[in-house]
Ligand binder design. Structure first.
Ligand code: KG4
Ligand code: ZN
Length: 345
């Protein structure tokens, strides 16, 4: 089965073609995976501007669809379905992707599949790794920080979530305060290299509390206060603060995942979403998984941040179960993976 996937929910315009075998098992083949990153459009604003993002998606999407098909060596008639992120995300961008996918599906008489962006991250590991359902998932991106049990497409139980900010947002804010640039995650990771992770004691919100919820606003405030007092004549200060910050996030992730592994035991812990690209944090999660008799499995770093392949793969997983969408699907700015848990918040 071959599915074209479109991702436009934030600041990457991405289109990919992925192939999956019949059945419901893991591991597919990426036939093409194109991305246009709108970094230059947003950099001078220090963050993503929704209107600029929507316009840039519109300008690039047709060219990227053509390029993805070209690199896959396929025509539209050779595809089995067209998938697009249907939410959650910046609604102007999601509309561009959904409209494009619907038009292609209608014109070529192919099924249309609306993919939840978070499900794209949640299932992405199965595109490259032989991971069977169910598994425990730490989903950490720019807008989300959740622990979930993943049983299959559309079948999630949320064990915990952040009560304020997302982990990625905290990385981005830290980078901004230190003038390291945007996006912040990779910049903080680079700056932390060789830094002393024990130099600054930062608060670890929720640490050693029961349950699996997260909180990052107090850590953000503490970073701001530390930056304000940072000695200007100390060339190591930035590296030490970034390393200390990363260790603090690692402590929180490890503590929350330990509780999740006790509450909902699983032989596999998966980490996904942009923050999962962080090599130090992956190491910390490997340790906590091993301590609970589990194995950490993560997608390759390039498939952690937003991409079209994860949307195409979620499309394959859904198509194999016959779960396709009607052309009157409406893009959703909010779309929780576990609606019952979201209503409890
Ligand atoms: O999944 P993603 O690409 O987009 C969303 O769905 O939000 O995640 C983006 C987030 C950003 O906050 C970015 O700073 C963070 O992931 N990120 C990282 C790293 N690479 C990206 N955070 C920590 N370390 C990284 N290497
Ligand atoms: Zn994402």
């Amino acid at each position: 089965m071959r599915v074209l996937g479109i991702e436009t929910s934030c600041d990457e315009t991405a289109v990919a073609v992925v192939e999956g075998a019949a059945g419901t098992g893991p591991v597919g083949r990426i036939l093409s995976n194109t991305v246009y990153s709108q970094l230059t459009e947003h950099r001078r604003f220090g963050g993503v501007v929704p209107e600029i993002a929507a316009r840039a998606h519109l300008e690039r999407i047709d060219g990227l669809v053509a390029q993805a098909l070209d690199e896959a060596g396929l025509g539209l008639s050779e595809l089995d379905a067209i998938a697009a992120t249907g939410g959650p995300g910046l609604i102007g961008g999601v509309m561009v992707g959904v409209m494009t996918a619907k038009a292609l599906a209608f014109a070529h008489d192919k099924p249309f599949i609306a993919v939840n962006h978070l499900e794209g991250h949640a299932l992405s590991v199965r595109l490259t790794e032989p991971v069977e359902f169910p598994y425990l998932l730490l989903l950490v991106s720019g807008g989300h920080c959740q622990l979930l049990t993943v049983r299959g497409p559309g079948d999630f139980t949320r064990l915990g979530t952040t009560i304020d900010d997302a982990a990625g947002e905290c990385f981005d804010k830290t980078a901004k305060l230190l003038g390291l640039g945007f996006p912040g995650g990779p910049a903080v990771e680079r700056a932390a290299e060789g830094g002393d992770p024990k130099r600054f004691a930062l608060p670890r919100p929720m640490w050693r509390k029961p349950g699996c919820d997260f909180s990052f606003s107090g850590l953000k405030t503490a970073v701001r206060q530390t930056v304000e007092k940072l000695p200007a004549d100390d060339p190591r200060a930035v590296a030490d603060l970034c390393a200390s910050f990363q260790r603090t996030v690692g402590d929180v992730f490890a503590d929350r995942c330990a509780n999740a592994l006790v509450q909902a035991p699983s032989s596999t812990l998966v980490v996904a979403g942009g923050v999962a690209a962080n090599v130090y944090l992956r190491g910390r999660l490997e340790e906590v998984a091993a301590a609970h008799g589990a194995t950490l499995v993560a997608p390759p770093v390039r498939l952690c941040t937003d991409n079209g392949a994860m949307i195409a793969w979620a499309g394959v997983e859904r198509l194999r179960l016959g779960r396709v969408d009607a052309l009157d699907f409406r893009p959703r700015p909010r779309w929780p993976l576990d609606p019952a848990a979201a209503n409890r918040m």
